[in-house]
Design a protein around this ligand. Sequence first.
Ligand code: SF4
Length: 371
Amino acid sequence: PVDLTSESPLHPRRKSRRIMVGPVPVGGGAPISVQSMTNTLTANVPATLQQIAELTAAGCDIVRVAVPSQDDADALPEICRKSPIPVIADIHFQSKYVFQAIDAGCAAVRVNPGNIRKFDEVGPDICKAATDAGISLRIGVNAGSLDKELYAKYGGPTPEALVASALKEAHMFEDVGFHDFKISVKHHDVITMVETYRLLASKGDWPLHLGVTEAGPAWQGTIKSCLAFGALLAEGIGDTIRVSLSAPPAEEVKVGCKLLEYMGLRPRKFDIISCPSCGRAQVDVIQLASAVTEGLKDVTAPIRVAVMGCIVNGPGEAREADLGVASGNGKGQIFIKGKVIKTVPEDQIVDTLLTIANDIAAQMEADGQVP
Ligand code: SF4
């Protein structure tokens, strides 16, 4: 098993209760898990399992699948049986699919109370079925489907309105003795989202699933998610995350995993340090950094490779790197831990870096240093 960091170097984690999503612990100091959601038709079992395999390879801990129809519900048993990571069924509108998902062996079910018809009536039965099956639930409150009464009372999906909705459902679950649930209160606006989670975190010890909903295409969505999650995780808030992007789901997982690495909440993997280049640069740093990144994209060993545009400050500035290059006069000074080990012609820089990086990675693997 991967030994993930569970404590933030920036702030003590908020004390939340622990629930289980299949074998993955969420809350109670457990490592922060990364989630994503398939965008295949769930009823297309081979395509869904293929995408789950891709997500797993990218580092996904928990996967969610949408269940909008009977065909999707019927596909759940096989998907749950064959998925290498726990599967959460995402149910809106029809409570009958919640019960089918539980029967199918899903590790958890996400319910959106604002969208489940007569949730007040079926909620206790859902809790009983989840208890009997030993699975957890997620209350997923979304700005777009806020209860009409709360919307009117608070004048829109404000942090207070979203938290009031979450509290109402949480208390309903707890009133029937059900405690194995986490909560999300998603909003598309970063500031509102952060304020909402902060408020919710102050009200109880539920594990919190962080998400900026409808965050946009990869570029904007990555910025929004990193800002919002970064702000909250830096305060110790958040037990599991899902980066939402209008992009292939594996991209969400890559962003989520890197975000946790950079926050010191996951062991660091391969990283590239490259200078922005400036008037001193004697090589195309952007092109060089892209070529090195592409050439080492499959390296999982925690090595840092630096690409610096000139020899003035290059090796010294990148002393923290395991390996790097500083370019000048049509040559590249190759350095290891800040010390120049050789100089190669510019057209051999990329190949030289890739060869040495792969050698270091292989040695780390042989030494058992790769998680
Ligand atoms: Fe400029 Fe050299 Fe610094 Fe790159 S390493 S930003 S080229 S001074």
